[in-house]
Design a protein around this ligand. Structure first.
Ligand code: GLU
Length: 469
């Protein structure tokens, strides 16, 4: 039986959770969740100058909004510095690392001379093979003994075998002379201690993998499976920047995208399963595999995201959508819904969610249910309520008073009036919609009438008829 899968997301808390990070997190989450594995979170906060608690907070919030739940408590890398140092000393004790007493000046002088002589400027420490008896009583860094011949092969599940000549690798410092561990050591020790079996991350870390492998080898630890995924590009094929929408995920929440559509969309950014575009979380978990990750950078495509959003809205559970919509309102600083409006919106949800390309559009369609009498028409609706139209609506009102409040009867009444005026149903629907919703886009007039009920419908028509045009 193979070991259970453990993946992790290891963001550096120096800013918000951007879309590339969110996708990396999603891939790791899907991989673990689809295999009954664990998905862990590690905050790589060793760069004290650049890491902030606010950024950590924003990242956790972003992941939570996206619906990517992690197992256990997030691990702070900085809090594990002692353990990292301990491992460096173990490497020293086992002879896989050595004390290097070279000063910064000596390293600089080495490089300078190498440059002048046209040699590689990679530092070769004279202490690598020095007799410990010759060691001075001075501060030292711990360097790993890297192989100097042959090559290191990263068996990457996305990129294939990536070969790096060992003469390109220096004896990396693992513990600085002030006793602080380097990032490259911390990552490996943490991944090992957390039992990470699969490292899925951006291919900007591919070169790091070769150096990290030195630590795994020195400690005799099993390598995880590496999968370095191509970064996301903008629609123009260029490296992603803010201009393209390299925004924090919370911006996507504020733009009104539902998390399910985001997950679906992000999963498709660089991964595919046949021609499937729209899928559920369960399908994604079942289908997601490293083999389906492409080798070339995916391009951000808002049209696709909008389209998937419409599909996820239509398929979404009414109560869950309402709940998410309330999150959207809070995120955009809008007023919360009153109990009455909540209930009304829930009833209207089947009508208004259909193909809505975001919560903004859903709210626009739901305007009729979220507004009180007298309904104030917007400019276009006002134009639809000209004198002739209002005259027709005036005629319609008493007929509706007596109609049985069921779709077929309502349709009959409205059709008859339209016919009497030589109008198509569509022509009459327009002012009717304007009167009921104050908008020119809304669910169908009959759906609205049924939902609003007789009294409210008649009241709104009355208001429109008497309003000065
Ligand atoms: N902290 C690194 C980053 O935010 C990720 C390191 C890793 O995944 O190994 O880019």
């Amino acid at each position: 039986m193979s070991a259970p899968v453990v993946t992790r997301f290891a963001p550096s808390p120096t800013g918000y959770l951007h879309i590339g990070g969110a996708r990396t997190a999603l891939f790791n989450w899907l991989y673990a969740r689809g295999r009954g594995g664990r998905f862990l979170l590690r905050i790589e906060d060793t760069d004290r100058a650049r890491s902030t608690p606010e950024a950590s907070e924003a990242i956790l919030k972003g992941l939570t909004w996206l619906g990517l739940d992690w197992d256990g408590e997030p691990v702070s890398q900085a809090a594990r510095a002692e353990r990292h140092a301990e491992v460096a000393h173990q490497m020293l004790a086992s002879g896989h690392a050595y004390k290097c007493f070279a000063t910064q000046e000596e390293i600089e002088a080495f490089r300078e001379a190498a440059r002048e002589e046209g040699r590689s400027t990679l530092f070769r420490s004279p202490w690598r093979d020095a007799d410990p008896a010759t060691h001075p009583d001075a501060p030292f860094a711990i360097r790993v003994k890297a192989p100097q011949e042959g090559e290191t092969v990263i068996r990457d599940q996305v990129q294939g075998d990536v070969r790096i000549r060992n003469d390109q690798l220096d004896d990396m410092i693992v513990l600085r002379s002030d006793g602080t561990p380097v990032y490259m050591l911390a990552v490996v020790v943490d991944d090992h201690d957390m039992g990470v079996t699969h490292v899925i991350r951006g291919d900007d870390h591919l070169n790091n993998a070769a150096r990290q492998m030195l630590v795994y080898r020195a400690m005799g630890w099993d390598l995880p499976v590496f999968a370095h995924i191509p970064l996301i590009h903008g629609p123009d094929g260029k490296k992603l920047s803010k201009r393209h929408g390299a925004l924090g995920v919370e911006e996507y929440q504020r733009m009104g995208y539902p998390a399910a559509a985001m997950r679906n969309y992000l999963a498709r950014l660089g991964w595919s399963h046949g021609n499937d575009e729209f899928f559920t979380d369960d399908q994604a978990k079942e289908w997601f595999d490293i083999a389906g990750i492409g080798k070339s950078p995916a391009r951000l495509d808002f049209k696709k995201l909008d389209h998937l959003t419409g599909q996820h809205m239509s398929a979404g559970d009414d109560a869950a959508l309402l709940h998410e919509l309330e999150g959207y309102l809070a995120a955009t600083g809008a007023d919360a819904l009153s109990e009455t409006r909540r209930a009304a919106l829930l009833r209207a949800m089947p009508l208004v969610k259909d193909k809505a390309r975001g919560f903004g559009q859903l709210l626009e369609k739901a305007h009729f249910i979220l507004t009180d009498r007298p309904v104030v028409p917007d400019e276009k609706a006002q134009a639809a309520l000209d004198n002739v139209s209002r005259g027709i609506l005036r005629e319609l009102t008493p007929r509706l008073q007596n109609a049985s409040w069921e779709r077929e009867f309502l349709e009959d009444v409205v059709s008859e009036i339209a016919q009497a005026h030589g109008l198509g149903l569509g022509k009459l629907a327009q002012p009717l919609r304007a009167a009921l919703a104050g908008r020119t886009t809304s669910p169908s007039v009959f759906d609205m009438m049924l939902l609003l009920g007789r009294e409210e419908t008649l009241g709104r028509l009355q208001d429109a008829v008497i309003r000065e045009g």
